[in-house]
Design a protein around this ligand. Structure first.
Ligand code: PEP
Length: 250
């Protein structure tokens, strides 16, 4: 059975109080299903509140939006993996396009973060994606490969623990969504990359992200190559998030 992942990236929205209110509204509507997991990536200050709110639900997991690879030190403004875990994080985003493009995160840094997370038993959700210029130049697959190369050197058992999110930069927060066929082509390429390194075809978890909404999520998750979705804007409203999580699949 395909177990779909519905992941909410709250970006710099919803502090602890607003996060708790969101969760209350969501859990009132939410009907768990054995073929789905729900992941939340709240702000760092709301991590603990959200993790506490879903502690008794095994299919709901919580993660940090960003972590530092060093265990501690003079890194003002950063969050260590141990701190995130203490707050309840079991997952962490790595290399989200806003980290790469707004904050200048490099491929080398994404690799360090992924390695440090795996060493701490925290699941990285490793994000890759091309800009519109790169797509128009026909460079999509080579860009994705370059980003994935940050994971080179990990053994199959470690890669097995990494989830990947394909998020074309031109689709994030823009209202433009990749078609299921566009996404499938890139997902196939990512899956092949993982399989060549020893991950089982069916074990690879590859999510799509970029302007996913209640009205387009069905066609995306119906595509066999898509193992779930990473959602920004539409995850901030309990009604639209619940509609996404409850998407009927034929
Ligand atoms: C994201 O932040 O990962 C994202 C996909 O955002 P949006 O759904 O708003 O495009």
């Amino acid at each position: 059975m395909k177990r779909l992942i519905f992941a909410a990236n709250w970006k710099m929205h919803l502090g602890p109080q607003a996060g708790r209110e969101f969760l209350k509204a969501f859990l009132r509507r939410y009907r768990p299903r054995p073929d789905r997991e729900v992941w939340f990536f709240p702000s760092a200050v709301a991590l603990e509140a959200i993790a506490d709110g879903v502690r008794d639900r095994r299919e709901v997991r919580v993660g940090a939006q960003n972590v530092h690879w060093e265990p501690k030190g003079a890194f003002t403004g950063e969050l260590s993996i141990a701190m995130a875990q203490e707050a309840g994080a079991q997952l962490a985003l790595v290399g989200h396009s806003e980290r790469r493009h707004v904050f200048g995160e490099t491929d080398e840094e994404t690799g360090r973060k992924a390695r440090a997370l795996l060493a701490a038993d925290v699941t990285p959700l490793f994000c890759v994606g091309e800009t519109i210029q790169q797509r128009d130049a026909g460079d999509t697959l080579s860009v994705i490969e370059r980003q994935l190369a940050a994971l080179n050197g990990l053994v199959a058992a470690q890669l097995h623990e990494v989830s990947i999110a394909y998020e074309p930069v031109w689709a994030i927060g823009t209202g433009r969504t990749a078609t299921p066929a566009d996404a499938a082509e890139v997902h196939q390429h990512i899956r092949r990359w993982l399989v060549e390194r020893g991950v089982g075809t069916r074990d690879a978890r590859i999510l799509y992200g970029g302007s996913v909404k209640p009205d387009n999520v069905h066609d995306l998750v119906a595509e066999p190559e898509i193992d779930g979705v990473l959602v920004g804007g539409a995850s901030l409203d309990p009604a639209s998030w619940t509609a996404i999580v409850h998407t009927p699949i034929d």
